[in-house]
Structure formats: structure tokens, C-alpha cells
Ligand binder design. Sequence first.
Ligand SMILES: [Zn+2]
Length: 502
Amino acid sequence: MHSKFNKIKSLLLELKKIESISSLLSWDQETLMPENGGDIRAKEIAYLSSLAHQKHVSNEFKRELEKFVNINNGEFVTNEFTNNEKRFLNRVWIDFHYENSLPQEFVETFSELVSKSQMKWSKAKKQNDFSIFKPFLTKIVDMKKKEADYYGYSTNRYDALLEQFEPGITTEKLDIFFGELRPRLIKLIKKIKNSSVKIEKINGKFDEDKQWKFGLKIIEEMGFDLKSGRQDKSMHPFTISFHPSDVRLTTRIQEDNFLTSLFASIHEAGHGIYEQGLLQVNFGGPYGQACSYGIHESQSRLWENQIGRSKIFWSKYLPILKEYFPQLESYNLDKFYKAINVVEPSLNRVEADEVTYSLHIMLRYEIEKMLINEGLQVEELPRIWNEKMKEYFDIIPGSDANGVLQDVHWSMGAIGYFPSYAMGNFYSAQFFKKANEEIIDFDKKIMEGDLLPIKRWLNENIHKYGRKYLPNELIKKVVGNKMSVKPFIEYLENKYGKIYQL
Ligand SMILES: [Zn+2]
């Protein structure tokens, strides 16, 4: 963009470098770091986030930004900026505003707290003992309430946290989306439960090395560039990027459940392809970042579910999979397709099927609202969790490890994050529908394993813009319509109506 922003861009680039170094430390923490390295690592990461914060709110940065906007309210200093310039400056100001709202001490304390909390959460989960995590989560919830107050909000506190993950999404909007989705899902799940079609899941042992190799093959064919990225193992699959030329994925391999690792690889590669698809020239600036967490999740979901769990995809890859695992010989395409699309209420969000998945999100969303807006005490969480599991799934977790302790997010301070997963599902159905219309011979291409046209369509329509557009603007631009849950509901009803002959 224009040279008048060069100085601000170079200051932002400096921040981004610090963030990338910090991300590398986090990646190492989750993949390679020895157990005892945790304490010093927490301090190192806290130091870097404090350094980035100081630079972001420094007088130098403020002086530069003040040339273009009033730093207190984001108003432009002149009417002469083009719309594009305004858009760019608005993104820069928003990020500054959020950083500047938080006192230095708050940032440092919080960073160290979440780093330690993650280790405590991990221990609590291993030992199935919520009390180990409870004091840390209590502090996190208190600090997140304060954070929301620092940011400010118009109607409710939780909205300020949602805004950090999915700009423009509020509790009011989520209540409408979920309100539309909930009855249709419950009806669909009931019909599936009463269906005469019973599907058996795939059992048995699958060589870990072969799982690894097959997963790598698939993500490469999707277009994930292994020269600008790599895949490793971690307890929880995740994607982290240091630059579009260095994007890291992780997966988890389980000998008795090859589907978990395969779909985790596909899912994370969906995220990774997005990160690799951001334009390098925009690195450091707002357009060098993904649009939102929900849009990010739409990319992983689209690859994992709409493509990876489709029949046409497996018409190409099932014969190849059988070469790796001859024990699948008795599976024809139809039987295999059904086996990877079993719907059943379960305890675990990550392993949930496409139909019940959103219920897991609604449960967490309701609990987060109660924690942030309604004063729910952390010690009440295990009880509330189990009550809601009973209400939504008619099952009660046998342990907190499989219940309230299952997700890492709260230990990272990521309260307000979960709804972006549900939004990701909604967006993915909207994008998929559009891609299907626009890519010539879409089904045929997938059947032939020609996946690159899909990657290119996503690059061209979504990735290259980074954060230029807000999620609602991007949706409108790509699909021509507003955000909607309808395509997602229709996709589920159509797909599972056929599988379960409803
Ligand atoms: Zn994801």
C-alpha cells in the first residue's frame, strides 16, 4: 500500500517478529520441550508478550498513528483518505486500541498465569482432579471479566470477549443462530436414533507409521506445502504459523483409532493452507492475518467434513488407503463412507460427529455466558457441565477428565473462542456451496483426487484478503448473501437423511 504508511508498517512488522518468536516457543512447548522446562518457558513467553505490548503502546507508535487517526476514538484526522486507506487504518487502530486498553502489569500477569494454567490443566486432566485446575481457572475468569471491562461493551460483558475472536458476532446474534439450529438438530438426532440403519464403526489396530505416511500424503494432495510447513505430533492437534513460509501442524496418532489422526491432519492442514495462503507482502500488517477465528475454522471444517467425509473423496482414496491397511479389504465405498459418518451422542467434542458437534459448542457457550455475565462460580463448573451433558446428550461423563476438563481453551484464557467453531461450521457450508457452483466439474475433480482447484479457489476468494474484510463482509463478498445457518442445516439434513434413510 501507500508509502505514507511505511513507518507504521515497519513498526507493526517488528511486533510481528516478536509474536512469531513467541509462537515458536509455544510450538516447542507443545511438541518437544522436556517436562521441567515449563517454568522458565512461561517466563520467556511472558517476557516476549510484555515486550510486544510495550512496543505496541509506545510513544513512538502512538506518535505515528496519531498522524492518521485520533488514537482515543479511532476517528480519521482528515476526510481525504480513500476507502481502502480508511479500512487499513481502522484495522491498525482497533489492534492498538485493544492493546492500549490493557495495563502493562495486567498483560504480564495474565501471560504468566495462562502459561502455568495450561500445565496445571494438563496435570488435572491426567489425574482426573478438577481441584488442581480450579484456583487457576478462577483467576483466569476474574481476569477475563476485567479484560472485558477494559475493552468496554455496550450490552453485555461476554460480547467484548467474543469480539476478540469473531468481530461483529454478539450474544444476540449467536442466540438467533443457535435458536434456529437447536430444534432442527435435535429433531435430526432423534430421527437418526430411531432409524433402522445401524452403522458399525471401524475397529482394530492400525500401524502408527503407516497412519503418519497416509496422513502426510493426503495433506500434500490438498495443497499443504511441506517446504513451507511441517507436521509433528502433540497431545492436542493444532496449527501455528510464524510466517506463510513456515506453518506448523500437529496431529495425534492412536493405534486403535486411525480416523482421529487422519481427520486431525486434514483439519489442521485446512488451517495451514489458509496460513500459507496469506500474502507474504502483507506480513506484519493486518491484511497478513486471517480474517477471524470462525473464518479460520471454516477452512479446516470444509476440508475435514465437506470434502474429507464425503463419498466422492473416498472413491479416489479408499483403494489407496487399503494399500496401507489391507485389513480394510472388506469395506466397499458405501460401507466405509457410512462408517466414517456415524452419528452418536458422545462425551468428547473433538471426536464428535458433524451432527452432534454444534451441541457441544452450545453447551460451552451457555456456560461461558454464565461465568462472565451471570457470576457462576468456577467450583460449580463440574456440576453444571454434567447437568448440561445430561440435558443435551442424555449422558453424564464418568469423570471430569472426560467432562469439564476435556478442552484446553479455558486454561489458555480463550473464553469466547468456542462459538467461533460453530460459526466455522456455518461459514464452511456457505463457502462449500459456492465453491461447488463456481468450480467446473467440482465432484468429478474430487473423485479424481484433483484437489488443487479447491485450494486455489479458497486462496483466491478467502485467503489472499487476510483481515481486509470483516467476517460478515467476506461472506457477503464470497457467497453474495448474509451469514446464515441454513446451508449448514440443509447440508446435514441432506447428507444424513441419505445415510440413515430418514
Ligand atoms: Zn480448527
